[in-house]
Design a protein around this ligand. Sequence first.
Ligand code: PLP
Length: 287
Amino acid sequence: MSRTVYVNGEYLPEAEAKISIFDRGFLMADGVYEVTSVLDGKLLDFAGHAKRLERSLGELDMALPIEMEDLLEVHRELVRLNDINEGMIYLQVTRGAPSDRDFAFPDPAETPSTIVLFTQNKPGLADTPVAKKGIKVISIEDIRWGRRDIKTIQLLYPSMGKMMAKKAGVDDAWMVEDGMVTEGTSNNAYIVKNGKIITRHLGTEILAGITRNAVLRFAEEAQMTVEERSFTIAEAQGADEAFVTSASTFVMPVVEIDGAQVGAGVPGPVAVRLREIYLEESRKAAI
Ligand code: PLP
């Protein structure tokens, strides 16, 4: 079924939505994005995604071409128009389409940012059977650029990582830099040892996941211990549990890393509990 999408102020059938070939998102990956999940037809943590979007844009001297409260309404209208009960809303802002290709940034007064939003319908997102089995990952070298805290649309290496995982017969890849795990290709990585949840500290090396923020808060509220530090693949393989978090997978158990079974090789109690708490609390707070 054809979706209704949003492009620069207009709601259009997806086949009629057009972007210039000079758009800097297309030519230079000069843009940022957000993915907000929808459960029960409502947005999960819109405020968190809005805040990170503003930060990403600010770091790149890019303007948001719409007021934030109007952006919330666009999200809601797309959910309504496309009848989304469970799924995601993808949002992308680029530095717009100047009259010609040039490395220098265009004058924002002459070249407004481009904004595009579309929905992704995913019935069964919250109750996916994958979460009951857990996923398998391999490790790969992290060769991305140095500002991974900005949610840019430069996703070539993460896409290559997913393909490397697929070729290895597993679900995803954890990236490793200087011997330490940074994050998954599109998620934050965690291990659990002796009841303690360990995940890499924030910095320019990883994206500050909106789900990470919520999950760590819920963990602490549930009296679980959280330690924010980096860890190796060997430590992860010897952990009791492992899991990843992202807006579209929530909390997803990891049961194998580079061929080694983690813990009992099935989703562990901490990951399972955190998934339950995350879904329950996020649903309650959804707007
Ligand atoms: N890390 C990377 C590299 C990501 O691409 C993502 C999500 O796309 C995340 C972490 C998780 O972020 P969030 O929880 O905000 O979806």
